[in-house]
Design a protein around this ligand. Structure first.
Ligand SMILES: *Cc1c(COP(=O)(O)O)cnc(C)c1O
Length: 405
């Protein structure tokens, strides 16, 4: 009998003292512990269900327990090769690169393991190319006000969040942040010293801001004229989230490099840098590397995810449901009187709320919904791209209730 009660006591200890953990305290975690995922819901240790309007931060585009991902993963595992290193050829990564090239502007692809790594890789490729066409002074990287590009030294230097940056100075040099203003950019983007401009076509962490097609077009003209690489960071807004496979398709503005990560491998860690022919031509063996990037297992899963996310029917449903979502959020904003503004497109929306957005997220846990913030006063929603209208309706009614509380 005691053998049965002992582990139960341990369980109780765990759930009543969630702060007691050996994990380094880089995250303030929610108190519930998830044990299962099903469709567009996560289930905690008490059996309570949470409707997922966060997608593990834009990762789980196909939701949880997807049969296609499970099938492809087990097929890939049957080869016995999870990893071989980039010293040898394996077909899954080559096929995935082919697919990404076919469906985009790019001529070559570099695989890595996260978003920050993808951006750091893009910065290196930009400098390599810029030194080839310019002088040793053409090294600066410029990012925009409100940007988020990652937490490593150069990607953090390109991230406009003082609290993330301040404790870690000095950050990588020759990386600066410029206002989202054409006149300021005209001055900042000096042809002699700047190698790259990095832009999120839809700024995510910085508050969900859809950049104007017109603005992007002007940036394209300016950077092309001055031989500055235009990098689109589509780590959050790419791969179907806007209702287009790539966010740049909406504006018709084609970058020189594009970075991907979050949803790419269905929750396995993977990043990618898509590179134009001209920049690819500047890259030599030995210029960059990664032990894990583009291994056979992650690449096989990503190949499947890419196929699913490029399905025109899925993309059309994200566009239609996304437009409807915008109307509903607008109506909620007007009825509540507690929302200052809403912004977004497709399945990425931000609501500027009067109270701290984190308080609404917490009330969401009680009501069985998972939401995100994007800065202190912006509530952010990123549902799985497969979420249907019924579940969206269910989530919206909870959101309306917890905003009003
Ligand atoms: C999440 C994110 C990153 C960083 O990705 P990690 O995988 O966390 O390193 C970079 N850029 C954007 C736009 C993101 O949303």
């Amino acid at each position: 009998m005691t053998a049965v009660t002992l582990p139960m006591e341990e369980d109780v200890l765990e759930t009543t003292a969630p702060t007691k953990t050996s994990l380094l305290g880089t995250y303030k975690r929610a108190p519930m512990e998830f044990v299962k995922g099903e469709g567009v819901e996560l289930i905690d240790a008490d059996g309570k269900r949470y409707l997922d309007f966060a997608s593990g931060i834009a990762v789980n585009a196909l939701g949880y327990g997807d049969a296609g991902i499970a099938r492809v993963m087990s097929e890939a595992l049957s080869s016995g090769m999870i990893h071989t290193s980039n010293l040898y050829r394996t077909s899954a990564g080559e096929q995935l690169a082919d697919k990404l090239v076919e469906c985009s502007f790019a001529s070559k692809v570099f695989f890595c393991n996260s978003g920050a790594e993808a951006n750091e890789g893009a910065f290196k490729f930009a400098r390599r190319w810029a030194r080839k066409i310019g002088t040793d002074a053409k090294v600066e990287i410029v990012a925009l006000r409100g940007s988020f590009h990652g937490r490593l030294f150069a990607s953090l230097a390109a991230t406009d969040r003082p609290s993330y940056r301040a404790p870690f100075r000095p950050l990588a040099g020759a990386v600066s942040i410029c206002e989202r203003d054409l006149a300021d950019l005209e001055t900042a983007l000096d042809e002699e010293t700047v190698s790259a401009l990095i832009v999120e076509p839809v700024q995510g962490e910085g508050g969900v801001r859809v950049l104007d097609s017109d603005f992007l077009e002007r940036l394209r003209i300016l950077t092309a004229k001055r031989e500055i690489a235009l990098i689109f960071d589509e780590i959050q807004c790419g791969l179907g989230r806007t209702g287009h496979l790539f966010a740049y398709e909406r504006s018709g503005v084609v970058p020189d490099m594009l970075t991907l990560a979050k949803p790419l491998a269905g929750g396995l860690p993977m990043g990618a840098v898509l590179v134009s022919e001209e920049i690819a031509a500047a890259i030599q063996p030995g210029d960059h590397g990664t032990t894990f990037g583009g291994g056979p297992l992650v690449s096989a899963v990503a190949g499947h995810v890419l196929e699913r996310l490029s399905d025109p029917t899925l993309l059309e449903s994200v566009r239609e449901n996304g437009a409807w979502l915008g109307e509903q959020l607008d109506a909620i904003a007007r009825r509540s009187g507690k929302v200052r503004a809403i912004r977004g497109i497709g399945f990425i929306w931000g609501l500027d709320v009067v109270e701290p957005a984190g308080d609404i997220v917490k009330r969401g846990w009680d009501e069985g919904i998972l939401l995100l913030t994007a800065g202190e006063h912006t509530l952010r929603i990123l549902p799985p791209l497969v979420m249907d209208r019924d579940d969206l309706v269910r989530g919206l009614s909870i959101i309306e209730k917890i905003i009003a509380q």
